[in-house]
Design a protein around this ligand. Structure first.
Ligand code: MOS
Length: 744
């Protein structure tokens, strides 16, 4: 049995079907079904699959930033114990990390475009032999005579308008700034960030004749199949990727990376499985970075703080010809008013590893700066920062005039402020001192665009009344297994232990993949649609209208009619594939998830050390599909905010372009000791335009602005108005007041 529904999502589904089902599992804080496997170490991650006769590959990275590889001294290495091959195939570094599948390769192994670009793969019988040989491989380079800039702000850096971002212009910003009662014109900087996913990038490749099978750690399997097929010039139908567990990605695994292509080429040549696992340092140096940004924010307001003009201009960077440019102004477009506006992103072409999507690309760094600048305006106008936000929420998206699908920002601000105790904040800096610590509070709004993307999922209601959900959707730690099971359980009236979810295999229908906070709502909508089709069949079998069908605990009921699912199915399975694609709702409405952050910090009066003491976040993102996994996403995002505000920073050596802090010892993500009690409030909301589930994305929302709240709290604590992230001690110290002065 199968049925084709209208695939595109063209008008808001206001039935709110999931509010009329009775199983009561949707939204509940259910545990992840795969959790015990993960915590006991028995979930199999990419590098852990066992194959007989598996050879081990280690990548060799360039030790110059720009030039050509003249010669690899292969023979000496081939004579080393266990070494099987040294590969330097042009296809190996063919890379389409951020959406350029099907287009020409950007870099190749004979030219070096950035320091640590992979240039070869050494394969041996054991990992130790391969690593030893890779380290021993001598490479002759010819350095470029006309190198491009290593620093985006260097005068020789070429600056372009990117392809993926459009300038928004309306009215006359200069005039608005001139006419404004209050005008803020400030420049902020954010450094590059690493995704720093727990699981390093790893692939095991194996050929079965002309069919390639990869066990790899990726976020977007259906897309990754196309990328790898494109790199190898083979038919995508011949590629299968298996990735049931992915140890985080945060954007770094949206696209395939060098180790996957290298493993596939090596396995084809050696006619045996080849595993390539990147070291932590290689992941840092070659996979991808979030661009550093320079952001100029202009805020022009009337005497009451209402914006009449808004400017947000950013300089970001990437390698030449790369398509991606950090979309810094993405949320600025719709968040606040001010008809006179100029929003623009420019990209400097520099020699550093590819810049791409890192957790909440755009908003993560754009919101933290916009919200810090808003704090500066609140101070100038002399109104409460929460009130300033509320005064500036437009009825429609400025310039373009689009309606909002739903927006719980006022509720988030109010409920967050109340829970946090914002009324205890003293508006002027340097008012609260506890021993050697200045104490301060700050806040920021959260906003992140919502996206529904194409997805398919197959649901089987088995003759025994249990359900099976199948899609290649990944679970990168976000809770896909739990959520997709809950949607099916709710729709089919089954307790959660009667639903089995199988993910992460491209032989299954293509889900959305995990990225852009769209996985749960997109693949979840496909699961919902498959279940709707099953409900129709069940209602026909029971002899009632679909709308009158009531499913709970494996029993179908309608009025006086009642039958167990297994009786109703009469020994047959029902199999349906649900599909969804974005449609008119994506154009008709501005869709975003919203929230508010509140932070309390202590800044050491002598050393400038900042400790975050507590944080509260309140978030509205449509229907909550699983209160536990949603809360975890918000918590994780706020932890990213702590890192962005205080410690995280990719440091490049401008003499040769190498990344200095290429591991978790030197690139400081927050550790337990840095993370205080964090309170997360999930608001009740339905957004029918966003998805049939009435849900919006939540994955990345918790980072979008969080660092701004901390920055603003630092100012409130000690009067240090810093505009250069992260706010490390050395930057705070020069701004500290006299530590011995009397506190007012
Ligand atoms: Mo996300 S940065 O789209 O994984």
């Amino acid at each position: 049995m199968s049925r084709t529904d209208t695939v595109t999502y063209d008008s808001p589904d206001t039935r709110n079907l999931l509010d009329h089902t009775r199983q009561g599992v949707i939204g509940k804080p259910l545990d992840r079904p795969e959790g015990p496997l993960k915590v006991s170490g028995s979930a199999t991650y990419s590098a852990e699959w066992k194959f007989d006769d598996c050879a081990e590959g280690v990548l060799v990275l360039a030790t110059i930033a720009q030039g050509t590889v003249q010669r690899l001294h292969k023979q000496r290495v081939l004579d080393m114990p266990g070494v099987l091959a040294v590969l330097a195939d042009e296809a190996m570094t063919r890379r389409s990390t951020q959406g350029t599948a099907g287009e020409a390769p950007v870099q190749g192994v004979h030219t070096v475009d950035y320091f640590a670009q992979p240039i070869a793969l050494v394969v041996a019988e054991t990992f130790e032999q391969a690593r030893d040989a890779a380290l021993a491989l001598e490479v002759d380079y010819v350095e470029s005579k006309s190198p491009i800039a290593l620093d985006p702000e260097s005068p020789d850096a070429e600056v372009e308008d990117p392809d993926n971002s459009e300038t928004v212009e309306g009215g006359d910003l200069e005039k608005a700034m001139h006419d404004a009662a209050f005008a803020i014109d400030v420049e902020y900087r954010t450094p590059g960030h690493a995704s720093a996913a727990m699981e390093p990038h790893a692939t095991i490749a194996q050929w079965h004749g002309d069919r390639l099978e990869l066990h790899g750690s990726y976020q977007m399997l259906a897309y990754n199949v196309k990328e790898i097929a494109d790199c190898l010039s083979i038919d995508p139908e011949k590629v299968r990727i298996i990735a049931p567990y992915v140890g985080g990605g945060f954007g770094s695994k949206l696209g395939i990376t060098h180790e996957a292509v290298a493993a596939a080429i090596a396995a084809r040549q050696l006619k045996r499985p080849v595993r390539v696992v990147m070291s932590r340092q290689q992941v840092f140096e070659t996979v991808m970075r979030r661009s550093e940004t320079r952001q100029r924010v202009r805020l022009a307001s009337d005497a009451s703080g209402k914006l009449i003009g808004l400017g947000h201009e950013a300089l970001v960077s990437n390698l030449p010809d790369e398509e991606f440019a950090e979309p810094v102004t993405q949320a600025t477009e719709f968040l606040y008013g001010g008809e006179n506006r100029l929003l623009k992103v420019e990209v400097a072409r520099i020699s550093r590893m590819t810049a791409g999507s890192v957790r909440a690309p755009g908003e993560a760094v754009g919101m933290q700066v916009l919200e810090a600048a808003m704090d500066e305006l609140a101070e100038a106008v002399d109104i409460d920062p929460v009130e300033l936000r509320k005064r500036n929420l437009p009825a429609k998206v400025p310039v373009e005039g689009t309606a909002y699908s739903s927006r719980m920002l006022v509720e988030a601000l109010d409920q967050g402020a109340e829970a946090f105790g914002w009324d205890q904040r003293r508006p002027r800096p340097c008012q609260t001192r506890e021993g050697d610590w200045w104490i301060g509070m700050g806040m920021a709004s959260a906003a992140r665009v919502n996206m529904l993307v194409p997805a398919e999922a197959r649901v089987t209601l088995k003759a025994d009344g249990a359900a099976l959900v199948e899609t290649d959707q990944t679970d990168i730690g976000t809770g896909s297994y739990a959520i997709l099971g809950q949607i099916a359980g709710e729709m089919l009236g089954l307790p959660i232990d009667r639903v089995n979810v199988v993910l992460g295999d491209t032989s299954l229908p293509a889900g959305a993949g995990s990225g852009g906070s769209f996985g749960a709502i997109s693949t979840g909508s496909a699961v919902m649609r498959a279940c709707e089709a099953i409900r129709t069949t069940l209602s026909e079998a029971l002899g009632c209208d679909t709308d009158a069908l009531d499913l709970k605990d494996g029993t179908a009921t309608s009025g006086d009619l009642s039958q167990s699912l297994s009786d109703l199915l009469g020994g047959n399975d029902i199999v349906e594939t649900g599909k969804i694609e974005p449609g008119k709702t994506a154009e008709d409405f501005s869709q975003a998830s919203y929230g508010a952050f509140f932070a309390e910090v202590a800044v050491h009066a002598f050393t400038g050390e900042t400790r975050v003491r507590r944080m509260t976040g309140a978030f509205g993102f449509g229907r909550v599909l699983n209160a536990k996994t949603a809360r975890s996403q918000c918590l994780g995002g706020m932890v990213w905010g702590i890192g962005s505000a205080l410690t995280e920073e990719l440091a490049f050596d401008l003499r040769d372009g190498h990344l200095v802090n290429h591991d978790l010892a030197e690139y400081h993500v927050p550790v337990h000791a840095d993370v205080p009690a964090i309170e997360v409030i999930l608001l009740e909301e339905r957004d029918a335009a966003a998805s049939p589930l009435q849900a919006k994305g939540v994955g990345e929302l918790g980072i979008c602005g969080a660092a701004g709240a901390i920055t603003n709290a630092i100012y409130n604590a000690c009067g240090a108005r810093l505009r250069n992230f992260p706010m490390t001690l050395d930057k705070v110290i020069p701004h500290l007041p006299d530590p011995f002065a009397e506190v007012a």
